[in-house]
Every structure is written in structure tokens, then in C-alpha cells.
Design a protein around this ligand. Structure first.
Ligand SMILES: [Zn+2]
Length: 301
């Protein structure tokens, strides 16, 4: 693709293929180089104009067809997120993600427990363009905590120390994910004053899954419509096969929706419990490319 603004119709996001542009340039060149004999001076400019008009019409037609097909900017996408403290494993995974320009968000919890080299790697993930979100100072179950304490106390104990620690390390999180997915409406409203986006987990996975993944509406969102989103767990223990995941990706593609996913610890092979095989993530990336799905950091949704 050569330009974001159409050379001919000036429509934004129009994509003019290299072939079209070169064909157009070639015809211009041919038209300009037509030798005008003195005796044809009156006729040739007219022929040139007709010729150019003809080429312009072909190019505009080409542009419109490109505007309406799947080469255009994707609207649907995937928001891949990771939770907890697996900084070194996330950092190793970043090579794979970067190879495909695939965005992801890493939600760190218990940041005070990280070694200096893990903090260094977390900052490197940030500098590579990945989003670093907050997942709590001590990974507290918010709903349990709020049965005895106020929202402000929760914030002062679980959120503020994490934000202060992250800020001191040049990290400025704009998103938060609830430990164990536990939250309520009043907490959501309170924390939306502090963060742009809050992520929880789909209730469908609290118990053995009984519905098709593509039918879990809460894990699919339209862009710029939601600040509180629910993710689909794709660690080994959730038993979401690649075929099940593909069905969800296909729905996102067909409906221009963003699929919210979360996992914990990526491993090379033989994933267990809250781990996910890198091959699973590789195939997710390939399927997204096939379906022209964009990868979003969570604050971009
Ligand atoms: Zn967690």
C-alpha cells in the first residue's frame, strides 16, 4: 500500500495498490510522451485528455473496490492480556509478539516482590510498546475485602501503593484488572475515576463451560464502547481448544468486534494449569493475520 489518503478521490483510509499507481503513472508517461506532430496539434490534446480521463476512471473504480474489501483497515480485533507476576516469561514471549507486531497488555500484581532484573524487564516491555497495567499491590479479592472495608480503604491498600511503585519506575498504568475477576458496580465506578479501562473475567468460566465460546457476548466488544470488559481465559486449565478460539476470532471478524483474552504464564511446551503454550499464541497470531484482525493494547479499545 502506498498511501492512506487516496491519490484520486482523497478519501481517508483508501488504499491504492502499488500496481494501480504504477499503471496510472505508466499511462501518464505514455500520454505525455506522445509525439505531437505540428499538423496534429489541434487533435492530440483532445486525445490526450480523453486518454487521461479513461485512466482516471479505471483508477477510481479500482480505489472504490479496495475501499470495500478486506484490505481496508481492520475494525475487528483481539486484545490479548496477561496477569500476575510472570515478567521473565512475558519478556521471552515478547520476541514472538514483536516478530508479528502483535500488541499485548501485561497486568502486574505484587510488583514489590519483583527482583531488580524483573523490574528492568518490565520496563523494557513498556519501552517495546506493550501496555503495562496494574493488577493490585497484594492481589486482594476486592469483593471479600469490601465486606469489611470501604472503597477508599481498598484503594489506599491495594491500588495506591502499586501505582506509586510503578510511577517511581517510570510506569504509568491506565488500566486495571481485578484479581480473581472479583468486582462490583460501586467499585467499578470508583476505579473508573483512576483508570481508563477495567478488566474482569467472564462468569461463564467460573464453572465448567456449557456454551459455545462465540456465544459469550460479554467477551466481545465494539471499539470505543466499553470501559469495563470481561476476558476469556485461555490458559491450559480453561480447556479452550484452538478450534474453539478460532470460532471466537471468526465472530470478531464478521461483526467487527474486539475479543478480550487473558492468560498468565507463557511456556515453551507442556503447559499446565495457569500456563499457556507459545505454539497456541503463535497460532492465535496466524489466525488473526488470516482474518485481518488487529491486536489492541487494552487502553486502545
Ligand atoms: Zn491474578
Amino acid at each position: 500500500m502506498l498511501s492512506k489518503i487516496c491519490f484520486f478521490c482523497k478519501k481517508e483510509d483508501a488504499k491504492l495498490s502499488a500496481r494501480s499507481k504504477y499503471v496510472f503513472k505508466d499511462f501518464i508517461f505514455i500520454a505525455e510522451s506522445i509525439d505531437i506532430e505540428q499538423k496534429d496539434k489541434k487533435i492530440m490534446p483532445i486525445i490526450k485528455r480523453i486518454f487521461l480521463l479513461f485512466i482516471l476512471l479505471i483508477a477510481l473504480n479500482n480505489c472504490d473496490s479496495l475501499l470495500n474489501n478486506d484490505i481496508s483497515e481492520p475494525k475487528g480485533g483481539v486484545c490479548l492480556t496477561f496477569d500476575d507476576v510472570y515478567v521473565n516469561e512475558w519478556y521471552k514471549l515478547s520476541n514472538l509478539l514483536k516478530l508479528s507486531d502483535f500488541n499485548a497488555t501485561f497486568f502486574i500484581s505484587k510488583i514489590h516482590s519483583l527482583s531488580s532484573s524483573e523490574i528492568h524487564n518490565l520496563r523494557k516491555l513498556d519501552s517495546l510498546g506493550f501496555e503495562i497495567g496494574c493488577h493490585g499491590w497484594n492481589h486482594i479479592n476486592a469483593v471479600d475485602y469490601l465486606t469489611h472495608y470501604s472503597l477508599a480503604e481498598y484503594y489506599n491498600v491495594e491500588i495506591l501503593p502499586a501505582l506509586n511503585f510503578m510511577n517511581k519506575n517510570n510506569l504509568s498504568p491506565t488500566s486495571f484488572t481485578y484479581p480473581r475477576g472479583m468486582h462490583n458496580d460501586s467499585l467499578d465506578q470508583y476505579l473508573l475515576q483512576k483508570f481508563q479501562v477495567l478488566r474482569c473475567v467472564t462468569l461463564e468460566q467460573v464453572k465448567p463451560l456449557t456454551v459455545n465460546v462465540e456465544d459469550i457476548s460479554e467477551i466481545f466488544i465494539k471499539k470505543n464502547k466499553s470501559q469495563i470488559v470481561a476476558g476469556l481465559g485461555i490458559d491450559k486449565q480453561f480447556k479452550i481448544s484452538e478450534d474453539m478460539l478460532y470460532n471466537a476470532l471468526e465472530r470478531a471478524s464478521e461483526n467487527d468486534e474486539i475479543l478480550i483474552l487473558y492468560a498468565h504464564c507463557p511456556v515453551d511446551s507442556n503447559a499446565q494449569h495457569y500456563q499457556i503454550n507459545k505454539s497456541y499464541i503463535e497460532n492465535l497470531i496466524l489466525k488473526c493475520e488470516e482474518l485481518n484482525l488487529k491486536s489492541y493494547r487494552i487502553s486502545e479499545i
